[in-house]
Write a protein that binds this ligand. Structure first.
Ligand SMILES: CC(=O)N[C@@H](CCC[C@H](N)C(=O)O)C(=O)O
Length: 396
């Protein structure tokens, strides 16, 4: 399929792409609960006469398009889960589920992958090789990529390369962002438990106040990035929740806080974790209490493969023009469990611009007003279909 035909076909698919994306947007489901989403995806793929597998990693869906002639296999991945947030947009397609929202664009990622699947399935006889469609649950929580790999999704046929994309309001619609090497950080979850001694709020000297201890610790934790990490490196320490106390006049004897640590470099990662442990235990002890830190290792860092990035860059230059293929300057401290696919086979993750100031599409992901310029759905489909052609090569 030449570029002109591809763009025409994508244009004619646009109403369907919007409808698919809006349906997901209105019906968000959290990680590992993507049951409706799974069933919808499986039904769409079956309608397209694509081989479908479910029952993997709880709610994952894997599609397989077998090309007309033998060749390599490329996998395209989309994440499926929504976030526990209230949708505050005033649009007809806003979330219909209280407290849940597609605030990170996974609805768009799924619509794009389904759009690419539809186009590729129509011309599958022309493909030299296969296309695997990986619909992955729980990117925002426990991660679906790792269990999918463990359950064999990169085998039978063996996958030779993998591509994923993420909508981004840092680039405008019609642009993509690429990066060689390190793309996303690694993460660690931390739980901090502070033990003190309760007493009457009017007689604090008789107890050990874990609320004041928590205040001291939260402030001190912020000095790790500013005073222990080399300014030329990157790290983030965020406390996301804090819980403790029962009444205004009782000194709280227990506080629990949870947070996330993001780093780009393994040495910085161990140093930050070590400093957190020392700070929590020693500040708590100095204040007469006890502090514990429980660490939960999160996602691995996402490192792009140079040749796969070359492929995306060349596709982008041909399709969107050289000026619309932007180099992402810094790796992000966000994490992405696409990292596990990219660690298993050569992979590239790129950003798909969806910013449009005229339509007020300017809000970052994980905010209650987040939305995308839906025109970007077309760019996403055209990019992924072209990437597949370049990777596999077209037949006669
Ligand atoms: C297991 C794990 O580390 N999960 C992550 C999920 C966060 C995903 C999101 N893309 C982000 O960057 O925050 C976690 O930190 O809980």
């Amino acid at each position: 399929m030449d570029q002109k035909m591809l763009l025409e076909r994508v244009e004619s698919l646009y109403p369907w792409l919007k409808q698919v994306r809006r349906d997901f947007h209105q019906n968000p489901e959290l990680g590992m609960e993507e049951y409706r989403t799974r069933d919808k995806i499986a039904a769409y793929l079956k309608e397209m006469d694509i081989e479908v597998q479910t029952g993997i990693a709880n709610t994952a869906v894997v599609g397989l398009i077998r090309g007309g002639s033998p060749g390599k296999t490329i996998a395209l991945r989309a994440d499926m889960d929504a976030l526990p947030m209230q949708d505050e947009k005033s649009v007809s397609y806003k979330s219909a589920v209280d407290g849940k929202m597609h605030a990170c664009g996974h609805d768009a990622h799924m619509a794009i992958l389904l759009g690419a699947a539809k186009l590729l399935s129509e011309i599958k006889d022309q493909l030299n090789g296969n296309v695997k469609l990986l619909f992955q649950p729980a990117e925002e929580t426990v991660g679906g990529a790792k269990p999918m790999i463990e359950q064999g999704v990169l085998e039978n046929p063996a996958v030779d390369g993998v591509l994923g994309l993420h909508v981004s309001t840092e680039e405008y619609t019609g642009q993509i962002g690429i990066r060689y090497g390190q793309m996303n950080a690694s993460s660690d979850g931390i739980k901090i438990i502070l033990h003190g001694e309760s007493t009457h709020g009017a007689y604090p000297h008789s107890g050990v106040d874990t609320i004041v201890m928590a205040g001291q610790i939260i402030t001190s934790l912020q000095s790790i990035v500013s005073r222990n990490v080399d300014p030329r490196d990157s790290a983030v320490v965020t406390i996301g929740t804090i819980q403790g106390g029962t009444k205004q006049n009782i000194i709280a004897n227990r506080v629990e806080m949870i947070g996330t640590v993001r780093t780009l470099d393994p040495e910085v990662r161990s140093k930050v974790i070590d400093r957190i442990e020392k700070l929590v235990t020693q500040v708590a002890s100095a204040m007469g209490g006890r502090g514990e830190v429980l660490r939960e290792e999160g996602y691995t860092a996402l490192v792009n493969d140079d040749r796969m990035v070359d492929l995306v860059r060349n596709t982008g230059r041909g399709l969107l023009g050289e000026e619309n293929v932007l180099e992402v300057k810094h790796a992000t401290l966000g994490v992405e469990d696409f990292a596990y696919f990219a660690a298993a086979v050569p992979g590239a993750f790129f950003r798909l611009g969806c910013r449009n100031e005229e339509k007020e599409i300017i809000y970052d992901g994980h905010t209650t007003l987040f939305d995308i310029d839906e025109e970007a759905l077309k760019t996403g489909v055209a990019m992924q279909v072209s990437n597949v052609f370049s990777f596999l090569g077209e037949g006669q």
